[in-house]
Design a protein around this ligand. Structure first.
Ligand code: FES
Length: 107
């Protein structure tokens, strides 16, 4: 298990444990993190699992593929260079302490 920090738009921090091999979205949903809707359950058709990944973790992730890039065009809160879909982030030991910011809204 790794520790993940979710920082809400108002600065509130929610902490969760994530199982290696699962997605960040799955860890968020399993922990009841507010601010991750994940309406499509990870099928990459909703863009309601949008997060902004802080460094140094953002640089550790493989780049978003074309499909993820396309879906990031549909986020409710405008994307930034650190934007990712949390359903596409696979948890690994290297991501222990992963810190992501949540958008003000997923809709
Ligand atoms: S859960 Fe729908 S795109 Fe990630």
């Amino acid at each position: 298990m790794i520790t993940i920090n979710f920082i809400a738009a108002n600065g509130d921090v929610q902490r969760a444990e994530g199982r290696i091999g699962k997605s960040l979205m799955e860890a968020a949903v399993a922990s009841g993190i507010e601010g991750i809707a994940a309406d499509c359950g990870g099928l990459m058709t909703c863009a309601t699992c949008h997060v902004f990944v802080r460094e140094p973790f953002s640089s550790l992730l493989p780049p978003a593929d074309g499909e993820e890039q396309s879906m990031l065009a549909f986020t409710a809160t405008p994307k930034s260079p650190s934007s990712r879909l949390s359903c596409q982030i696979k948890l690994s030991t290297a991501l222990d302490g992963l810190t992501v910011e949540l958008p003000a809204s997923q809709y």
